[in-house]
Design a protein around this ligand. Sequence first.
Ligand SMILES: Nc1ncnc2c1ncn2[C@@H]1O[C@H](COP(=O)(O)OP(=O)(O)OP(=O)(O)O)[C@@H](O)[C@H]1O
Length: 569
Amino acid sequence: MATLLRKATQRLDQTSSPSEVAVDETERIYRKTVSDLQKVYHKKIAPLERTYMFEKFHSEPLTNQDISAQPMVLLLGQYSTGKTTFLEYFLGHSYPGSHVGIEPTTDRFVAVMQGEEAQVIPGNTAAVSNDLPFKGLSHLGEKFLSRFQVSRMDNPLLQNLTFIDSPGILSGTKQVTRGYDFGKAIRWFVERSDMVLLLFDSHKLDISDEFKLAISVLRGHEDKTRVVLNKCNQVSQQELMRVYGALMWSLGRVVPTPEVIRVYLGSFWPASRPPLKHAFDDTKELLSQEQKDLLEDMRLIPKNAAIRRLNQIVKRTRQATVHAYICGHIRSLMPTFGSKEKKLKTVMDGLDTEFAKLQHKYNLAQGDFSDHAAFKHNCKYLKGKEFPRLDMGLVNAAQEALNADFPELMRRFPSNVSGVPTASLNGPQRSSHNPHDQQLQRQQLQRQLPAYSAMANIDLKNNDSHNPFAKGAILNSQYRFAQEFSHGVDPETGTISSSAAAQNMGRWGQDPGVMKEVWDYVDWRCEGRLDQVQFEAAMRICQLLFENRLELGQAKQQVFNELGIQGQP
Ligand SMILES: Nc1ncnc2c1ncn2[C@@H]1O[C@H](COP(=O)(O)OP(=O)(O)OP(=O)(O)O)[C@@H](O)[C@H]1O
């Protein structure tokens, strides 16, 4: 498998692009876009974040290295789930300074990066290095930095990806105090990662409190989260079915919608090590296919990285704007005379009502508000400082970025989603694979779903009672996407394929995860094709997400309303 991935990477490097000139041009566009994105962020967003102390409530300001950093894959899991071995499997070798064992072994975060020579850089040095994207980690303190390192090694896979190995999350009596804010550290990496792999061991599925904390940080990042159920060949097929069901059930207790997270089954054991003594082979074929799918999924990461980064900054800008409104609003409620402290306490007690008022007054998206309990908790970091007044100059600058700069940057990416460069931030486009290969995702899902639905007693075909597309309730097409449809329609079936639809939906710059959700919603029969009304509804949802800054649920609801359908989407 490691060879497969290496071969795939080599293939990526060798695949001839239309012409070297075109490749250079694509690379130039992407580099320029990233550089302009850095400028917009520092000019229009960072001042707003600084003024309203955004980092105390959300996350530290972005550095230029954060924006242009190589795509990152974060590995998370309880101890001994095989994270370090998983990396060895993909890289073909162990990374410098790695430890593998039955007991908790990796006691630190390790960034595994490309380097001509094997090298270990201690956390303190890495956090001040200008050419590494880890300056923001200094905020986590000395104790954390002593538990962080960069391991460099020469490996073709690392040309396009950086892996973060993390300390094994401990369970039960093994849980210890780490001496630094573990949740904050995980959040820092999760926010900057392009994919988060959550590893589970098919032998032990217990989810400790610390692991729950780590999973809770993933909320809102479901689109880039993948679950890997590892060591699957250590159990029989029958046991695997049970373990899989138990995993989904356990996940359901900590993740609101575990079904949207893709689960890969596998046993990631390096070819360089002696073969495992006890391995069941009744699931060999399934595991091999699953491992290939994960490889494919990972291979697409660099392609989507530039768009994802832009989307992350768009999301961050909206949150920073809402945060400014909240701070300004609380400040406006403070009395000129009398006890501010007392008033602040009353405001904090009714924070949910204040948030609702603000949302209504400025027509803000609910999803851009922080959780009010978390907001209240973070207020203690202000240490008696007053909330700043609302400065419309700063808010307008951020609005301008949202309304003009970001869409302009987004337009520079090829309208064909599959044209997103392979190494958008690090190198030229070399592959024509479609990152939104719905067909592939559908096949993966379908392969796994029967087992899960059988266990969970779900009748997939009849589980669409709320879906308007299931009722055939959709009426005349009323949106303006008929032209796009006519360009991609297959005249024989009167439908449009997933790749053609994805190209059009990609115009609205949504994350692949969101696009997949929209797709799954309109393609309720899992046919892999859309008729005109389904296509136009999908386009309209994406458009609403982009323009009106609605959340997915709200966008679906609005399309629902526009189509005159009663009920909930
Ligand atoms: N696919 C696999 N099948 C069977 N055993 C495995 C597999 N992968 C790893 N192991 C075994 O599991 C143990 C833990 O592996 P490893 O150290 O890679 O896990 P880890 O998650 O990195 O641990 P930690 O969190 O403590 O750093 C080792 O004994 C390793 O040999």
